[in-house]
Design a protein around this ligand. Structure first.
Ligand code: SAH
Length: 263
């Protein structure tokens, strides 16, 4: 049975074998590794992941037609969860830390990244995750302070995670061919990260600042803090700066001040 790609599920299947092999290598799968693949599609990556002989391979795939196909192709070698990844509690999948692969629709990659970062309770379920993004979004995740792409995504992603760019992938490596270029990123949890009570506060702070990214920081500061001059003094902020000039650490400090006033 030939499967027609569903546009609504962002189905762009990887067909370049060299690229697929490179992606699988990034996870360093060992015989005692447990692996999770999200959005396995017709199993192009799955096949090479299995060649590494991991202890376990779990699959999350939303499309029932593809679940059937995957069962036919790999039978008992995989453990399939036929669900929307956004609705799965990843920490319940397995007690081992998982190596996660996802060549997913771009919008889902961004949503799960944000789901995982802002999940304050489930932190230790993964060893690393290897995800495909639209190149433009990857550039925003990787951006440094003072650059044009720097913003909420860079600050949030770099809060709990070390992010590494693995490679850019040409759209001709996929079928059907997407309209944009892709970038593969690897995320590894930081041993030490700036502790906040609630990640929502960091989301709020960055939203208020970057909604007015061209304005000087005085305005968002006044909006967020009644006694903003105290905060300015404490964090030694220069009011001539704009949101893109503040380091991620400054945003974490601001989020901490913000949450300490809320309790
Ligand atoms: N990884 C495969 C398939 C890529 S296409 C390959 O590289 O060839 C993206 C896959 O993600 C499709 O199989 C699609 O059905 C699945 N998918 C899309 N949205 C999903 C979601 N919310 N949860 C789980 N799987 C999803």
């Amino acid at each position: 049975m030939k499967i027609k790609a569903k546009k609504s599920l962002g189905q762009n299947f990887l067909i370049d074998k060299n690229i697929i092999k490179k992606i699988v290598e990034v996870g360093n799968i060992l015989p005692d590794s447990s692996v999770l693949e999200i959005g396995a599609g017709t199993g192009n990556l799955t096949e090479y992941i299995l060649e590494k002989k991991p202890k376990k391979l779990f699959i999350i795939e939303k499309d029932e037609r593809l679940v059937e196909k995957l069962k036919e192709r790999f039978d008992k070698k995989i453990d399939i969860i036929n669900k929307d990844v956004l609705k799965v509690s990843e920490n319940l999948i397995c007690s081992d830390r998982l190596i996660v692969y996802g060549n997913l629709p771009y919008n889902i990659s961004t949503q799960i990244l944000s789901k995982w970062i802002t999940n304050d309770r489930q932190n230790n379920w993964y060893e690393n995750y290897i995800l495909m993004f639209q190149k433009e979004v990857a550039d925003r995740i990787l951006a440094n302070t003072n650059s044009k792409n720097y913003g909420r995504l860079s600050i949030l992603s770099n809060w709990k995670l070390d992010v590494k760019k693995i490679l850019n992938i040409n759209s001709s490596c996929f079928i059907p061919k997407p309209k944009v270029e892709s970038t593969l990123l690897k995320f590894t949890p930081k041993k030490n990260y700036f502790k906040l009570k609630n990640s929502k506060n960091l989301e709020t702070i960055t939203r208020v600042f970057f909604n007015q990214r061209r304005k000087k920081i005085k305005k968002p500061l006044n909006q967020l803090f009644k006694k903003s001059n105290k905060i300015v003094e404490k964090l030694k902020l220069n009011l001539d700066l704009r949101p893109q000039n503040l380091s991620p650490e400054t945003y974490y400090e601001l989020a901490k001040e913000y949450e300490s006033l809320r309790n």
